[in-house]
Design a protein around this ligand. Structure first.
Ligand code: NOJ
Length: 550
């Protein structure tokens, strides 16, 4: 491990935090969150220990897909502020030691984008070839990603007199990314944001963007990554690739690691919910055991929840039904036949032991954690918004006031969560003063994650112990050795953990999270562990000659 690695490959140990400007804080009182509001809350994020913000799409957009329908790649939606306000946010975030990545949504544009408007007017339009047109719907057309909303992925445009492809909603025509001119335009937009000071991109819908997995398609991804790195030495690309592990490897660029820098771990995410439903760690343990090795410069993004439905599409039908039965018993809590529209705390009925178990896990697994705004205080969804991803896109809850301290306007961009997970019960202001709060708990996890770079850099190993409800794992590198144990069952468990190589008398384990139990234990080849029901523990192993502190 070289000294330069930790700063150059900063994403290996970053703490990501995703937020949508429009639901974060409304500074100008028009009911819509804005960049000036976000600027006022950067200290909340810095105090939490976040090291990289991921800003959801803030570009001009008709907002028919929450901003993932972009009509101008070079602007900021005027309701959120101006490019000048964006630069202030960037500058202030950087000043607080936080990097900023933005969504790159170039599989498709909005149908309001001037390119599409122009393209549909005539087959001779200079933008016609920016999109994908056919006279007939191809026989091998795939099913829509939104099967309950769209019949397919080809839509007949009366003005154009042809069908165009849309992998997502019909108002999101797919760009023809195989075309060199389209690639040039994508590169220009990337260049623009890098020049403005952005530190990287969350790349939307990557398997659709490169449309197939033959060599030339991956060549495009490799070119993009090369271009990003040339323009900005430290910039990275975190891609959305919801596929099985072996298929994900292609998107990292296999052993070369020269395509996406990072990918979300959708496999472990889905297996985690199955493990929670069964109160058995086995589904997650098996997934992690099969996680492929990635190149040194690549990283996994571990997450509990994101802004979309909690998709369970990689589970079998029977497994998905188990998770639905446990966590989304009502139809209105499900969407697209594959996902759940709830946040974790409400799925777990507010049980702090289980909620904390899950976040402890996320921060302890090899990779970099990615938080979704509001998770740090245990926000729930708005149950009144049925069968829609909008249920988890509600205003951030800053105070216990009826307006959640989000806005002074009467009419808000999204309704505030009502009831037991509403601002009266779940808010930042109250939790800041409560040492036992979720906010302080997550802050402590972040603190220990950041003090344990081996979690980002190390090698994962499952530790043997007799209980299938328990996941005990180690992450080891020359930086140190970290151990964690998590109990998915409601009753306590006691067992012994053997540590490889720890037969010398001067190996010690130091309890990390729970200060009361903070004692050091001498290791004699292993040590006794006692876990409460739904309990979690972290330890630092101090090997002979190491000068680590807890
Ligand atoms: C993935 C995004 O996360 C989702 O919100 C969006 O609807 C689709 N891509 C289409 O852009």
């Amino acid at each position: 491990m070289r000294l330069t690695d930790t700063s150059d490959l900063w994403w290996k140990t970053a703490v990501f935090y995703n937020l949508d400007v429009k639901t974060y804080l409304d500074a100008d009182g028009d009911g819509v969150g804005d960049l000036r509001g976000l600027a006022q809350r950067l200290d909340h994020l810095a105090e939490l220990g976040v090291t990289c913000l991921w800003l959801a799409p803030f570009y001009p957009s008709p907002q028919r897909d929450n901003g993932y329908d972009i009509e101008d790649y070079y602007g900021v939606d005027p309701r959120y502020g101006s490019l000048g306000d964006m630069v202030e946010v960037l500058r202030t975030a950087h000043d607080r030691g936080m990097r900023v990545i933005v969504d790159l949504v170039v599989n498709h544009t909005s149908d309001r984008h001037p390119w599409f408007q122009e393209a549909r007017t005539s087959p001779d339009s200079r933008y016609r070839h920016f999109y994908q047109w056919r006279d007939e719907v191809p026989d091998d057309a795939p099913a829509s990603m939104f099967p309950d909303v769209e019949d397919g992925v080809w839509f007949f445009d009366e003005t154009a007199g042809q069908y165009y492809k849309h992998s997502f909603y019909r108002h999101q025509p797919d760009l023809a990314t195989a075309h060199p001119e389209v690639r040039e335009e994508i590169a220009k937009a990337i260049g623009f944001w890098l020049e403005l000071g952005i530190d990287g991109f969350r790349v939307d819908a990557v398997p659709f963007l490169i449309d197939g997995d033959d060599g030339p398609e991956h060549e495009f991804l490799r070119e993009l990554r090369g271009y990003v790195s040339r323009r900005s030495g430290h910039a990275m690309m975190l891609g959305e690739v919801n596929l099985p592990y072996d298929e994900q490897m292609r998107f990292f660029g296999d052993a070369d690691g020269d395509e996406l820098t990072m990918q979300f771990d959708f496999v472990a995410n889905q297996r985690l919910y199955l493990a929670l439903a069964r109160q058995d760690a086995a589904p997650l343990r098996d997934a992690l055991a099969s996680r492929p090795e990635i190149a040194r410069g690549n990283q996994w993004g571990n997450f509990v929840r994101n802004h979309d439905e909690l998709t369970l599409d990689q589970l079998t039908d029977a497994e998905r039904e188990e998770v639905f039965a446990a966590f989304a018993p009502e139809k209105g809590q499900r969407i697209h036949g594959r996902g759940i529209t709830r946040r974790l705390p409400s799925m777990l009925e507010g049980d702090p032991r289980r909620i904390r178990l899950v976040y402890s896990l996320m921060f302890s697994l090899p990779g970099a954690p990615v938080l979704y705004y509001g998770e740090e205080i245990g926000m729930g969804e708005n149950p009144a918004i049925e069968g829609s991803r909008a249920a988890v896109r509600t205003p951030m809850q800053w105070t216990g006031d009826a307006d959640a301290g989000f806005s002074t306007a009467d009419d808000l961009i999204a309704d505030i969560v009502p009831g037991g997970f509403g601002p009266g019960h779940v808010n930042v202001a109250q939790q800041r003063h409560d040492p036992d709060s979720m906010l302080r708990f997550v802050q402590n996890l972040v603190r220990h994650y950041r003090a344990s770079p081996e979690i980002g850099w190390g090698e994962f190993g499952i530790l043997d112990q007799p209980h299938t409800c328990v996941l005990a794992h180690a992450v080891t590198s020359e930086l140190g050795m970290f151990i964690a144990a998590h109990n998915f069952a409601p009753d306590g468990r006691t067992f012994r953990l053997e540590i490889e190589g720890a037969d010398a008398a001067d190996w010690r384990v130091v309890n990390l999270l729970d200060d009361a139990a903070g004692a050091e234990t001498l290791v004699d080849g292993g040590f006794e562990v006692s876990l409460d029901g739904y309990g979690h523990r972290w330890w630092r192993v101090i090997r002979p000659g190491e000068r680590r502190i807890a």
